[in-house]
Design a protein around this ligand. Sequence first.
Ligand code: FAD
Length: 399
Amino acid sequence: MNSVGKVSDEPEVVVIVGGSAAGMATASKLRRLGYTGRLTIIGDEVVPYDRPPLSKQFLAGQWAEDKLSLMSPDQLKGLDAQLFLGTRAIDLDSRRRTITDDTGRTHRFDAAVIATGVRPRMLDALSAGQPHVLRTVSDAVGLRERLQPGIRLVVVGGGFLGLETAATALELGVDVTVIEPNPHPLSDRLGMNASARLIDLHRSRGTDLRLGVSVASSSRDGHGTWTLELTDHSTVTADDVLVAVGSVPQTDWLVESGLGISNGVVCDATCQAAPHVWAVGDVARWWDDRHQAHVRLEHRTNAIEQADAVARGILGVHRDAYQPVPFFWTDHFDARIQLAGRFTPDSSETLIDVDPAKGSNITLFHRDGRLTAVLGWSAPKDFQTYRRQLLQEHADGRK
Ligand SMILES: Cc1cc2nc3c(=O)[nH]c(=O)nc-3n(C[C@H](O)[C@H](O)[C@H](O)COP(=O)(O)OP(=O)(O)OC[C@H]3O[C@@H](n4cnc5c(N)ncnc54)[C@H](O)[C@@H]3O)c2cc1C
């Protein structure tokens, strides 16, 4: 960018597909960097909104829908973008540089950004009915209507989404069972100690956690009551079932695009999938130079940080490899867990008490003498201090 803020290398037309966290952040960043060309956003949802509260404040009934909004009408207008919301992209031709939407309109681009996120993975064993999923605001509204005191909810999947939702439902007076094949839920993401603590927390509040088992088959009776048979031959009955067993990148519309598609849109170290085509957010699987592997992150903060890198890449402001220090948070009852960096099972753990009475602490993970990750358990202030240290070490390591 030159001194008056005009971008030297700016494409005439940028088309972004996906109008949520990553897509809107890319659009905003392009404008903030001084991009003055044409900006088009195609998104199949009608308004841009944030997803993390869907399993927390919104599901609990503490937040109204307007609080989920990612942008005010003024901010949206300020983007000076052509918006095609409620519109689905159905094809991208990287050679001709066009995107076709489901109204038959063709959008020519000089730079395209794929920001189409993920959708929930389904489970064949639950084919007896239509279990709930939780990805969109309408999923959350549908689930919330059902979460009345005393109903029986089975959550299939004890990952972040499943356990967060279980905690919210339990606090609404719902009778909750969680089924999770891993005997140590989330230990691969948080370490064994935090996993054990999470199990204790959920059980102490009254969640029926069935670990080390999965659903073998399901049936429903004439009243819609579910019976799930588990792999240990036990059964669970439920009024409602939520499936939270991971997600699938939304790349179906790209099958003919000629782009590399494999568990996401495969990108190089600068998040570029092909000449003139970038990917960002949950759908992007980019080459992480530092870890020498393709990586895809489903974290809210990554959507912002990667959008920043993509916008700079498009404008030629900065085309270095994207090497974030990943960060996410997850809320369970009154506990907020935050993790920065990458936990690996071979790292050593050092526990630092912050406020024993409140159960707040920090775990530092080291490998080969280097700090690789920091976990905070209800210790947001101290966590930020250690996160800064981690970011500094990471930056020093790149010099
Ligand atoms: C319930 C829930 C709770 C979460 N909680 C946390 C949390 O506590 N902490 C955390 O770090 N992360 C959390 N996340 C993850 C976080 O929300 C995601 O990482 C973030 O939303 C990713 O943004 P994205 O824009 O890449 O994808 P998405 O938010 O999935 O947006 C993609 C958009 O593209 C649209 N789209 C898809 N295909 C097309 C097409 N062909 N044409 C046009 N539009 C299309 C989709 O409809 C969607 O609007 C949570 C996610 C959920 C669902």
